[in-house]
Design a protein around this ligand. Structure first.
Ligand SMILES: [Zn+2]
Length: 84
């Protein structure tokens, strides 16, 4: 499995909706590949934020889109998120 495949499967993987064998392949790759690990960490955090927001007060679609854009931005340029 290469990085491209892993990244394409990330959301499904985080949803735990992959077949066990595929899921294990993704997991092994993410463990070994820093780039995909960072990607996975980012996606996971993003999902947590969205889930928290949505649970709390049913975040409007606009807010969710803004949040996504914001996070996408910070994942490109700096490491605003990785610095904790
Ligand atoms: Zn990779």
């Amino acid at each position: 499995m290469d990085c491209e495949q892993v990244i394409r499967l990330l959301w499904t993987w985080l949803d735990r909706e992959l077949e066990v064998e595929v899921s294990q392949e993704v997991e092994e790759h993410v463990r070994a590949c820093l780039r995909c690990k960072e990607h996975a960490d980012f996606e996971r955090r993003l999902r947590e934020i969205i889930q928290t927001c949505c649970k709390k007060d049913k975040a409007p679609a606009g807010l969710r889109a803004r949040l996504l854009a914001l996070l996408a931005e910070s994942s490109h340029g700096g490491d605003a998120l990785s610095g904790h």
